[in-house]
Ligand binder design. Structure first.
Ligand SMILES: [Zn+2]
Length: 711
C-alpha cells in the first residue's frame, strides 16, 4: 500500500465572530500562535526535514487553519489577476499555491497514521471535512476555472513542452471531474457528499482501530502455543504484561500477533475464536460497527458518479486509470480467477485430509487453513519459516534493499542521527548518488505499536519538484508493523515481511528518484493501477538467489543463506499460491461489485457481500482478504474501485523482471537505466506510454501466469 489519504489541495470556513473586538483579539492570538507554530516556520533542519522534536500534536490544527486561509488568499490573487490568463499566471501559479498547506498536510497525515494520539485523532476528525470543503471550493471555483479553461483552449498555440501540457490537462480534468460544470444546486450536493464521505471514512478507520485494539485472547496453558517460535511467544508474553497480567500470553488482532497463533496453536477452539474476532471487526453491532458506514458510503459514491455523468463509481474512478473501464478490470481478473480457485480447492482438499490424519473428524474451517498450510509445508518441503527468519533480521533486510538500489541505480545510504524523528524507533537515512550529490531523505519506521495503523505503507513528506531551476529534493517514509525486538531477540522477519520491506522501499524509490518539474506530477502521483508496479517489482529481486546471497545473512553467525534453503524456501513459498490469489481476488471482486452499482438503493452490507462472493464461487474455507467492515483500502483510504490494481501491477512487474532475468543479469545496467528513466518520470506521461517506452511494447500477462504456477 502506498500513502494514506491525502487531499491534494484545499478553503477555510471562517467562523463568524460576535464582535469586532473579539475578532481582533482572536486574530492577534492567532498571529502569535502562527509565529510560534513550528509547522509554519522555516525548517532549519538538515535538508529542511520536519522538526519533529519541536512539533506538538496541538500545533497541527492551528497550522491547518492558518495555511488554509493563506491558500485561499493565493487563489484569490490568481482569479483577481488583471492580466489575461496564461500558463504561468494561472496553471503554474495554481500548482504552486498552498505550499504551506501541503507542507502541513504531508506531515500531519504521515504522523497521524504512524504515531497517532487523541489530539491527532480529534484534529483529523475536525480538519478532514474542512479540507474536503476547501478542495471542493477551489475545484468548483467558476472564476478560476474560466482562466484554466481559457489556457486549455489555447493549449496547442502555447509552445508547451510535454510536461507542461500534461500539467495543463490534469489541472483541467481536475476541475471537470470535481463538477465545475454542474449547476449550482448540484455542485452544492456534490460538496456535501464529499464532506460526508471524508468524515465517514475517518469514522470507519477509527472504528477499525478500536475494534483491532480492544480484542485480546489471553491464554495461560503453554500447550495452546504449540511449537510457536520463541520470538512470537516472547512478544505475546510482553503483550500480556502490557495488558496487566502477571503471567501468560496475550494475542491480539494485529497481524504479527494473530498470524503466529493461527499458524501454530493446536487449539482449534481458540483458533476459531481469534479468527472470528478478526473476521468480524466492525461487525459486532456495537458503537464501532462499520456496516452502516459502508452502506452509506457506497450510496453516496454512486450518487456522486451520477452527478458527474457516470453510470457508477467504478466508471468514474477507472476513466482516470490505466485500465480505463470496469469491463476491462473484470475481464482481466476473469482470466486468472478460475485457475486460482481451482488450485485453492485442490489445496483445501489436501489440508482437510491432513486434519483428518490428525484424528480430527470435524469439518475443515477457514480458521484451520493457516495451521495446516504450515504443517504441510513443513512435511512436504521440510521447510519451517522459523529456519529462515535468522537470515532476515530487519536491519539486514533493510541493507539488502539499499544495496539493490545501489546496484541498480547507484544510490548510497547513510544513517543520520541528527535528523529529528516522530518516534524513537524511527531510522533516518540520507540518500546520495554516485557523485555524492544529495538525492533524498528516507525515514524507516519498522515496528508495530498501538499508535500505528495496521499494514505497511509509504508516505511522501515532501514531493520532488523543479520549477524555474529551484530543485526541491524529496523526503519519503516507509512504515511497517513488524514485531519489535525483545530483550533477548532482534526483530527477525518472515519471508513475506522481508518482501514487504522491499515493496515499500520500491514506493520509496519511486518518490526518491523523481526528476520532474511539477510536484503534482512527481513521484507516486501516478494512476492507481500503475503505482504498485515500482513497489511490487522489487519483491522479485528480494527472493532471487543472486540477490539473497548478498544480504540474507544469519544474524548470529553471519553465514549466507544456504542455496538448498533458498530452493526449499522458494518452493515452499509458492505453495498456497491458490489461497493467496483467491483471498486477494475475492476482495478485489468485492470492491468492484460495491462500486459498479448503478443505483443508490439501500443495501445490507452482509447480504451484499455474501451474494458477491457466491457469484464468483468463493469456497467457504476462504474469506476475502478484507471483508467490507474492515476493508480500509476502499472505505478508509483511496483504493475504492482500485484494489484490483495490485494484480494489474503484478502483470507489469512480472513482465519487467522476466526481462531482467532473460537478459542473464538481474542487475542488467542497461535495463536498470531505462527502468530508472521510467519511474523518475512520475506522472508526466500515462502509465501505458511510460511502459511502452521502457519495454518497447505493451505488457504481457504470460510471465505472471507462469510465476503463479497457473500456466
Ligand atoms: Zn504498495
Amino acid at each position: 500500500m502506498y500513502k494514506t489519504g491525502i487531499f491534494i489541495i484545499v478553503l477555510v470556513l471562517i467562523s463568524s465572530c460576535s464582535t469586532e473586538t473579539n475578532q481582533k483579539i482572536k486574530e492577534k492570538q492567532e498571529m502569535k500562535q502562527t509565529e510560534k507554530n513550528p509547522l509554519l516556520q522555516k525548517w532549519n533542519t538538515p535538508f529542511g526535514t520536519p522538526p519533529f522534536d519541536r512539533i506538538k500534536s496541538e500545533d497541527y490544527l492551528p497550522a491547518f487553519k492558518t495555511a488554509i486561509k493563506k491558500h485561499k488568499t493565493e487563489i484569490n490573487k490568481i482569479t483577481a489577476n488583471p492580466e489575461a490568463p496564461s500558463f504561468e499566471n494561472t496553471i503554474v501559479a495554481l500548482e504552486q499555491s498552498g505550499a504551506d498547506l501541503k507542507k502541513v498536510q504531508h506531515v500531519f497525515f504521515a504522523v497521524e497514521a504512524a504515531n497517532t494520539d487523541d489530539i491527532l485523532k480529534q484534529t483529523s476528525k475536525e480538519i478532514q471535512p474542512e479540507l474536503a470543503a476547501h478542495a471542493d471550493a477551489i475545484r468548483m471555483n467558476k472564476k478560476l476555472f474560466e482562466r484554466v479553461d481559457a489556457v486549455y483552449r489555447q493549449r496547442n498555440q502555447l509552445n508547451l513542452d510535454d510536461e507542461d501540457k500534461k500539467l495543463l490537462e490534469e489541472t483541467y480534468k481536475m476541475f471537470v471531474r470535481a463538477g465545475v460544470n454542474l449547476p449550482p444546486e448540484k455542485q452544492k450536493r456534490l460538496q456535501n457528499i464529499n464532506k460526508e464521505l471524508a468524515s465517514l471514512s475517518q469514522q470507519f478507520n477509527d472504528n477499525l482501530l478500536s475494534e483491532t485494539n480492544d480484542f485480546e485472547l489471553y491464554i495461560t496453558d503453554p500447550k495452546d502455543l504449540g511449537d510457536m517460535p520463541k520470538q512470537a511467544v516472547d512478544a505475546a508474553a510482553e503483550e500480556a504484561q502490557r495488558r496487566g497480567h502477571q503471567s501468560g500470553w496475550s494475542f491480539t488482532l494485529q497481524r504479527p500477533s494473530i498470524y503466529p497463533f493461527l499458524d501454530y496453536s493446536p487449539n482449534r477452539t481458540l483458533r476459531k475464536k481469534i479468527f472470528d474476532a478478526y473476521a468480524n471487526r466492525g461487525n459486532n453491532n456495537n458503537s464501532h460497527d462499520n456496516k452502516k458506514i459502508v452502506e452509506q458510503m457506497v450510496q453516496l459514491r454512486a450518487e456522486k458518479a451520477h452527478l458527474l455523468g457516470y453510470e457508477n463509481y467504478a466508471q468514474y474512478v477507472l476513466s482516470d486509470n490505466m485500465a480505463e473501464k470496469p469491463e476491462k478490470v473484470y475481464g482481466f481478473m476473469n482470466k486468472i480467477w478460475p485457475a486460482a480457485l481451482n488450485m485453492a480447492k485442490k489445496d483445501r482438499n489436501e489440508l482437510a485430509k491432513a486434519m483428518k490424519k490428525d484424528g480430527i473428524n470435524e469439518t475443515f474451517q477457514a480458521s484451520d487453513w493457516r495451521y495446516y498450510v504450515r504443517k504441510i509445508r513443513n512435511e512436504k518441503y521440510q521447510f519451517d519459516e522459523s529456519v529462515t527468519k535468522p537470515y532476515f533480521e530487519v536491519n539486514a533486510v533493510r541493507d539488502g534493499a539499499f544495496l539493490l538500489a545501489h546496484k541498480l541505480f547507484g544510490l548510497n545510504f547513510k544513517e543520520r542521527k541528527d535528523i529529528p524523528t516522530w518516534h524513537k524507533d524511527q531510522q533516518v537515512f540520507e540518500v546520495t548518488d554516485t557523485t555524492g550529490k544529495h538525492i533524498a531523505v528516507i525515514y524507516m519506521d519498522f515496528f508495530a505499536r498501538p499508535s500505528k495503523r495496521g499494514g505497511a505503507w509509504m508516505n511522501e513528506l515532501r514531493m520532488q519538484s523543479n520549477v524555474n531551476g529551484n530543485f526541491v529534493t524529496p523526503i519519503v517514509t516507509n512504515n511497517f508493523n513488524f514485531p519489535a525486538p525483545t530483550k533477548n531477540m532482534p526483530s527477525l522477519l518472515s519471508f513475506s515481511q522481508a518482501q514487504t520491506v522491499f515493496h515499500e522501499f520500491g514506493h520509496g524509490l519511486h518518490g526518491m528518484l523523481s526528476n520532474v518539474k511539477y510536484a503534482s506530477l512527481s513521484g507516486t502521483n501516478v494512476p492507481r493501477d500503475f503505482v504498485e508496479f515500482p513497489s511490487q517489482v522489487m519483491e522479485n529481486w528480494m527472493s532471487h538467489p543472486d540477490m539473497l546471497k548478498l544480504y540474507a545473512k544469519n544474524y548470529q553467525t553471519g553465514e549466507i543463506i544456504p542455496k538448498n534453503l533458498i530452493d526449499k524456501m522458494n518452493k515452499a513459498n509458492s505453495y498456497n499460491e491458490g489461497f493467496r490469489s483467491v483471498e486477494y481476488m475475492a476482495a478485489a471482486y468485492l470492491d468492484m461489485d460495491w462500486h459498479t452499482l448503478n443505483d443508490t438503493l439501500a443495501r445490507k452490507t452482509l447480504d451484499f457481500e455474501q451474494k458477491s462472493m457466491q457469484k464468483i464461487g468463493l469456497i467457504k474455507e476462504i474469506i476475502p482478504r478484507y471483508r467490507s467492515t474492515y476493508y480500509a483500502h476502499i472505505f478508509g483510504g483511496g483504493y475504492a474501485a482500485g484494489y484490483y490494481s495490485y494484480l494489474w501491477s503484478e502483470v507489469l512487474d512480472a513482465d519487467t523482471f522476466a526481462a531482467f532475468e532473460n537478459s542473464g543479469n538481474i542487475f542488467n545496467p542497461e535495463l536498470a537505466h531505462k527502468y530508472k528513466k521510467m519511474i523518475s518520470s512520475g506522472g508526466t506521461k500515462s502509465g501505458m506510454e511510460l511502459y511502452k517506452e521502457f519495454m518497447g511494447r505493451e505488457p504481457k500477462i504470460d510471465a505472471l501466469l507462469q510465476k503463479k504456477g497457473f500456466k
